[in-house]
Design a protein around this ligand. Structure first.
Ligand code: KDO
Length: 339
């Protein structure tokens, strides 16, 4: 049995166990009991030290305080669904919310690989324009809803991604990463990013990275500073190379059919809570990034500055010359750059 089946099997068993318990206790099952509530199951690979987890706790608190009909269940560490499998899980009705990335979307809408390109977004503000408050954002969300049956209710700042190495290395340009086994998440666009950075990409799920680093299965990874700290990757690595190759968002995405089944009142409670948790995550992540380098240095990490222009030029050329770029919607790159 693979881990995905195991996780799904577990969920099914819980449902079955829950329904037989209900049969045995008909007298106490009445209005207002948890069984009557609409349950929002959230799946994410994030661990409990991440801002994402704190944001989700806030979401749960607000939703349950403001709606008598909604219940929120948070599943961290990919314990409910493996990283990258959240979209089909929502489509099949096995999951209400997945914390997903543009790379997950691009696995189903190839033209949207444009949103996975390195050095695409300038900073968190630019990211918010692209995914929250522009015609590009509206178009993106509409297409995701129409084609994937998933509603993006909000976007938040996961952080700016840099290269993290297990052993010290003088890294100035992509050529210096030649031969480095760089862990990336499991989909094609992530592999491409690893190659564009000059490394040998190795797909490994987020929850297995610490072990892979500690055993030397990989030589490094690329991740945001806040996640490096939260996941304690600094315990099993020596260097942070400030490539800043990707300003990464995370989407709070809900199954369309579940969203459509909510009352207007419930939708408002959910939307307000999504906005509040996104604000918490944005502010927290930016604050961690502001003093993250000093903190990591105090933990013994060597923080180095590469030739970022050399990385940017190389990575952007790799994308523009790729098969991915042939599918990018005409004019979209200019529209994103102009925001
Ligand atoms: C990761 O696996 O490196 C990654 O940063 C990829 C993101 O898209 C996102 O899935 C994230 O992990 C998780 O949410 C954990 O923070």
């Amino acid at each position: 049995m693979d881990s995905r089946t195991r996780k799904f099997g577990l969920t099914r068993r819980h449902v079955l166990a829950g329904s037989s318990a209900m049969l045995m206790m008909p007298a106490i099952v009445g209005r207002g009991f948890a069984q009557d509530k609409k349950v929002i199951r959230i799946s994410t690979p994030a661990n409990d030290a991440e801002w994402q987890a704190k944001g989700l706790a806030k979401f749960k608190e607000m939703v349950e305080a403001n709606s008598p009909t909604l219940e929120v269940q948070i599943h961290l560490n990919a314990t409910l669904f493996d990283q990258g499998t959240e979209i089909p899980a929502m489509q099949r009705g096995n999951l209400e919310v997945g914390m997903i990335s543009p790379q997950d979307v691009a696995s189903y809408i190839p033209e949207y690989s444009i949103f996975t390109a390195g050095y695409l977004l300038r900073d968190a503000d630019h990211m918010h324009k692209v995914y929250e408050s522009s015609d590009v954002a509206a178009e993106y969300r509409q297409r995701v809803k129409d084609e994937l049956d998933v509603v993006i209710l909000g976007s938040q700042y996961l952080g700016t991604r840099h290269v993290i190495l297990r052993e010290l290395k003088d890294v100035k340009t992509p050529a210096d990463l030649a031969g480095i086994k760089l862990r990336v998440p499991g989909s094609d666009t992530w592999q491409f990013l690893g190659r564009a950075l000059g490394a040998n990409p190795t797909p490994i799920a987020f929850d297995e990275v610490y072990l892979a680093l500690s055993t030397g299965t990989v030589d490094g990874l690329e991740n945001p500073i806040a996640d490096m700290i939260a996941a304690k990757f600094d315990e099993v690595s020596k260097q942070l190379v400030l490539t800043g190759h990707m300003v990464a968002p995370l989407f709070f995405a809900m199954s369309s059919s579940f969203w459509d089944g909510l009352t207007d009142e419930e939708k408002k409670v959910v939307a307000d809570a999504v906005a509040a948790q996104a604000k918490l995550v944005d502010e927290g992540t930016l604050a961690t990034e502001a003093d993250g380098v000093a903190l990591l240095e105090s933990h013994g990490i060597t923080v180095t500055k590469p030739d970022v222009d050399a990385f940017r030029t190389h990575v952007q050329q790799e994308y523009l010359n790729s098969d991915y770029a042939k599918e990018w919607p005409a004019g979209l790159l200019d529209r994103i750059n102009a925001l």
